[in-house]
Design a protein around this ligand. Structure first.
Ligand code: NAD
Ligand code: TYD
Length: 344
């Protein structure tokens, strides 16, 4: 029996991972530990709520005693840490919570993992720690970390702490660095769910700059499978990139999305770019494929599947978009959209 503490498990990828674990491993108990920030949502965990192998604890990863109490109460042997502030644009507006959660919070979790002698501490990281990747290159796990946004810098800092705890204290750690995930339950501030839900409502899609930036959009279920594989077969002390190996321009992603939702390209608005916007991410995924994983979905399939999920699950996103989100949207996009030119 494995008892896994999934920190940040009420968010997008964390909740998908909880459903994945409960479905795939009958001998596994899952405890979600989550602060429920604006991005945490118990609706994401609804399919698990009556499962006797699932429990929820509301808490902050920065509070060591609270984390320790959860570990003790549930006899935890493994922590998988998804908890973070995750949106680059919000990190530009106000980095404080990013540093607090990813740097101090990760440190706190590592201390608890050490105190209880856990079997594994797994950190969920991102391809953004490598910074902008020039054409012709794909980031390897050994590449230097050159993060360029407060979000990416907070995540890179966490990776450094995790590695330091492995080297210094022998803590059994692993790290996965995922590319852009898409799929069910992603908060509609991120590009794909924002564009899908705007398109459904025939609202403009605010595309930063020329829209030719490149991301490796991957299906969240594929990422969950890779994390699980690293937990079971990954080498302690190692880091694994998880992506598709295929980069997609934002405008191409929008094309698939609008086509799936039967909406016109005329919804596109080119708006003022994000400061320091990384133009390209690209991962070398040789190390994780050598472990026996490959993505089950192409980026095209992932984008279309995601668009259809938002079309079919308005119950999930309409209440989010009608709340605090409105002020965020106005602050982030109001002026930009009022001064934007439509696609010609
Ligand atoms: P999300 O924003 O949807 O969810 C984050 C979750 O963490 C929320 O449930 C929130 O309540 C919780 N949380 C935040 N601060 C907390 C704290 N101090 N204590 C406890 N819980 C806290 O994020 P996501 O998109 O699911 O990303 C999950 C992880 O994966 C993050 O670490 C992120 O950096 C990483 N990641 C995300 C992507 C992506 O495309 N979304 C890609 C690669 C890596
Ligand atoms: P996002 O989902 O914020 O992820 P990332 O962390 O990779 O920046 O954005 C994905 C891509 O879409 C990125 O190149 C920025 C771009 N983008 C827009 O063009 N408009 C938007 O409103 C948003 C949120 C993102």
């Amino acid at each position: 029996m494995k008892n896994i503490l999934v920190t940040g498990g009420a968010g997008f990828i964390g909740s998908n991972f909880v459903h994945y674990l409960l479905a795939q491993h009958e001998a596994c108990r899952v405890v979600v530990y989550d602060k429920l920030t604006y991005a945490g949502n118990l609706d994401n965990l609804r399919p698990a709520q009556d499962n006797p192998r699932y429990a929820f604890v509301r808490g902050d990863i920065c509070r060591r005693e609270d984390v320790a109490a959860a570990v003790r109460a549930h006899n935890i042997d493994t922590i998988v840490n998804f908890a973070a502030e995750t949106h680059v644009d919000r990190s530009i507006m106000d980095p404080d919570a990013f540093i607090q959660t990813s740097v101090y919070g990760t440190y706190t979790l590592l201390e608890v993992a050490r105190e209880f002698g856990l079997e594994r501490y797994h950190q969920i990281s991102t391809d953004e720690v490598y910074g902008h990747v020039p054409a012709g290159h794909s980031s390897k796990e050994s590449d230097p970390l050159i993060p360029r946004s407060p979000y990416a810098a907070s995540k890179a800092s966490a990776d450094l702490l995790v590695n330091a705890y492995h080297v210094t204290y022998g803590l059994p750690t692993t790290i996965t660095r995922g590319s852009n995930n898409i799929g069910p339950y992603q908060y509609p501030e991120k590009a794909v769910p924002l564009f899908a839900t705007n398109a459904i409502d025939r609202l403009p899609l605010p595309v930063y700059g020329d829209g030719r930036q490149m991301r490796e959009y991957q299906y969240v279920g594929d990422h969950c499978e890779a994390i699980d594989l690293v937990l079971r077969r990954g080498q302690v002390g190692e880091t694994y990139n998880v992506g598709t190996g295929v980069e997609v321009e934002n405008l191409a992603m929008i094309d698939i999305l609008l086509d799936t939702l039967d909406r016109p390209l005329s919804l596109i608005r080119h708006v003022t770019d994000r400061p320091g916007h990384d133009r390209r991410y690209s991962l070398d995924i040789g190390k994780i494929t050598a472990l026996g994983w490959e993505p089950a979905h192409t980026p095209e399939e992932a984008i279309a599947l995601t668009a259809r999920w938002y079309r079919d699950n308005e119950w999930w996103w309409r209440k989010i978009k009608s709340g605090e989100f409105q002020q965020y949207y106005e602050a982030q996009y109001g002026e930009r959209l009022r001064t934007a030119a439509p696609l010609n």
